[in-house]
Design a protein around this ligand. Structure first.
Ligand SMILES: CC(=O)SCCNC(=O)CCNC(=O)[C@H](O)C(C)(C)COP(=O)(O)OP(=O)(O)OC[C@H]1O[C@@H](n2cnc3c(N)ncnc32)[C@H](O)[C@@H]1OP(=O)(O)O
Length: 399
């Protein structure tokens, strides 16, 4: 452990926090021009710093947002990001102190859940985060990508100019709303970042209009290959409020000229784009990655906020070393969930609960992996039916 103290940063310290984070990711400091715009990233009342003397050695921030849970409700949620510790001060407990403080404060301030996207899978489990949604990488060979005749059709796609990144696109996003458990509300700085070009590529946005108005959009960039290299269109964001909007946006993407491959990362595991192609092998799933790392900050409220399937109730013991107020027995049934003194039939850590909470992993699968302890085997199929949602969870918002 190193001697350090924590406090919230003020406005004048946020750039140093940003540069510390960038350095931790092996990236250069932010430019003056980018910083002027990037100040919208930070909510300065929510950025924590760890100091050794006067020197900033670690940081973490979060944005206020909402998270959609099974059944359609949304709960107060904190999107945690910009986590970094100076390379010469790692493995001395700085992150542990930052997260303990941050998660405790967020709970006290009313956040029911926090989520993040992790650079490494080994970092956040010890703090009670579990993988609660995943996404797949779809690569489509554009020249073989004609859709079959039953793919939804109709609607129009139009290109929009760069102003749309902070005007039209957020409006469409709000109008489409939560489509699945795991959706999170976006914040203003997020949209600014979406509009920033990636190195070597221009960002283009196109909006789909269906029978009831704008109902989806895509943001993409194209990297032209040299002689003998592929030109690749990468989807940076795609929101579709209906199967027709999804098909319309993909039909548009697959017709963009001077492109060999269309790549879309972290898309929903069940998004039916490959099923819309006449040649199924033109679309290849290349990878599945973790997306949402979920931390249930207030377990009683989180369990009460979601709906459950039809099954006999089960009593579950939840363990939470970092936030012990969550520790306890909960009776979960079709009518809801509440704390109870009844003996537990199943026991799990808050990390495993996060994996089941949005419906990504069935309790029996977690039990098979040793992550749920089973006192009463009859409870396991009931827990599977209670936690099942019939929808694949997915956020779609990278931060
Ligand atoms: C949401 C986001 O922003 S994701 C971005 C996260 N940031 C990065 O990846 C940038 C590069 N990495 C870093 O800045 C740091 O290494 C951090 C933030 C990941 C970890 O900070 P540290 O101060 O070293 O973590 P801390 O010392 O509190 O470690 C706590 C425990 O986690 C372990 N741990 C932390 N990071 C890692 C890691 N990357 N790999 C393996 N174990 C790790 C430590 O070994 C320690 O284990 P122990 O309690 O058994 O001894």
């Amino acid at each position: 452990m190193t001697a350090h103290r924590l406090r919230l940063l003020d406005q004048s310290e946020l750039r140093a926090a940003q540069d510390l984070f960038l350095a931790a990711l092996h990236r250069p400091p932010i430019s003056d021009a980018d910083w002027t715009a990037a100040t919208t990233y930070y909510d300065n009342s929510r950025t924590l710093g760890a100091f050794e003397g006067d020197r900033l050695i670690g940081t973490a921030t979060s944005w206020a947002s909402r998270l959609a849970v099974p059944g359609g409700a949304t709960v107060p949620h904190a999107a945690i990001s910009r986590v970094g510790v100076r390379a010469d001060r790692t493995r001395r407990g700085v992150l542990s102190a930052l997260l303990r403080s941050q998660l405790t404060q967020l709970r006290e301030q009313g956040s029911v859940a926090a989520t993040l996207r992790a650079t490494e899978a080994v970092i956040y489990g010890r703090f009670g985060f579990g993988v609660a949604s995943r996404g797949r990488t779809l690569v489509v060979d554009r020249r073989r990508s004609a859709m079959h005749g039953h793919a939804p059709a109709g609607g129009e796609v139009r290109l929009v100019d760069t102003d749309a990144f902070t005007s039209v696109l957020p409006t469409v996003f709000e109008a489409v709303g939560p489509q699945r458990p795991g959706w999170i509300q976006r914040w203003s700085g997020w949209w600014y970042r979406l509009g920033r070009p990636e190195p070597g590529e221009t960002k283009v946005a196109a909006v789909h209009t269906g029978p009831h108005g704008d109902d989806g959009f895509v943001v993409y960039g194209v990297r032209r290959g040299g002689h003998g290299e592929k030109s690749v269109l990468t989807v940076r964001d795609l929101v579709a409020g209906s199967p027709q909007a999804l098909a319309g946006l993909w039909r548009f993407l697959l017709r963009v000229d001077l492109v060999d491959e269309v790549v879309a990362e972290l898309r929903p595991l069940d998004e039916p784009v490959d099923l819309m192609l006449a040649d199924r092998r033109a679309g290849e799933v290349r990878a599945v990655h973790d997306e949402t790392w979920l931390r249930l900050l207030h377990v009683p409220d989180a369990l009460a906020a979601r709906t459950y399937g039809e099954a006999n109730p089960v009593v579950v013991e939840v363990a939470d070393a970092l936030l012990p107020a969550n520790h306890g027995h909960y009776r979960i049934g079709p009518d809801g969930a509440e704390p109870t003194d009844e003996p537990a039939q199943l026991a799990l850590d808050v990390t495993a609960l996060a994996a089941a909470y949005l419906g990504d992993v069935a309790p029996s699968t977690l039990a098979a992996a040793g992550l749920v302890q089973v006192a009463d085997p009859a409870a396991l199929p009931n827990a599977d039916r209670l936690f099942a949602t019939g929808q694949v969870p997915w956020s779609g918002t990278y931060f």
